[in-house]
Design a protein around this ligand. Structure first.
Ligand code: GRF
Length: 216
């Protein structure tokens, strides 16, 4: 059985979606893996409670306590590698990782970001989308590279922006899509149907088709 480690810093709803997929009996939504640990950069966040309630090992590697970015990443890397993961998923992990850390996990480190990248990287992506006046918004799962929110795109899900949308209403609709998209991407990666090859994503045709989710 493949092993997944989830990194988070807060709410943990994407972890919850992965846990639901791990336990799903329907093949279409099931992921062929065990989530073996949830590691948080902050103590006492809801995501850790979600993991603990599901019987998943939890750990805190506190970013505040680290002397430098390098020291934090070294501690984080050691904590992750104790669980020998096949895949590491950043699900609301609010730290920028060093190049050495990213290189160590090349091809098995992915992030979910709440925008249709390459539009609106960084913080407040829903506010950015509303300010730009885009008519379609969404979320992206991508390999992590040295550039923030800049790695090769694995999958995307899109929703129309409504005239009545506020940052909150838009965020809520995109979050629902995140919970659909992330398990699909994780499953394709774990099955080896999607992989990183020389900085580009290579996917089997059938898997590739499933990596674009459109909601109306
Ligand atoms: C999500 O919107 C994710 O895309 C972003 O941070 C948020 C985390 O939410 N990177 P949650 O902790 O999974 O509920």
């Amino acid at each position: 059985m493949k092993r997944v480690v989830v990194l988070l810093s807060g709410r943990g709803s994407n972890l919850q979606a992965l846990l639901a997929a791990e336990r799903a009996e329907r093949w279409a939504t099931a992921i062929p893996a065990r989530i073996v640990a949830a590691i948080s950069s902050k103590p006492q966040v809801p995501g850790l409670a979600i993991a603990a309630a599901a019987g998943v090992a939890t750990e805190v590697v506190e970013s505040q306590a680290a002397a430098s970015r390098e020291a934090f990443d070294a501690a984080l890397l050691a904590a992750i590698d104790r669980h020998a993961p096949d895949l590491v998923v950043l699900a609301g992990f609010n730290r920028v990782l060093t190049d050495g850390f990213v290189a160590h996990y090349a091809g098995r480190l992915v992030n979910i970001h709440p925008s249709l990248l390459p539009s609106f990287p960084g913080l407040a992506s829903h506010r950015q989308a509303l300010a730009a006046g885009v008519r379609v918004h969404g979320c992206t799962v991508h390999f992590v590279s040295a550039t923030v929110d800049g790695g090769a795109i694995i999958g995307q899900a899109a929703v129309p922006v409504l005239a009545s949308d506020t940052e909150e209403s838009l965020a809520a609709r995109v979050l629902e899509l995140e919970h659909r998209l992330l398990p699909i991407c994780v499953r394709s990666l774990l099955e080896g149907r999607v992989r990183l090859d020389g900085g580009r994503v290579v996917a089997e045709q059938e898997a590739f088709d499933q990596l674009a989710v459109l909601a109306v």
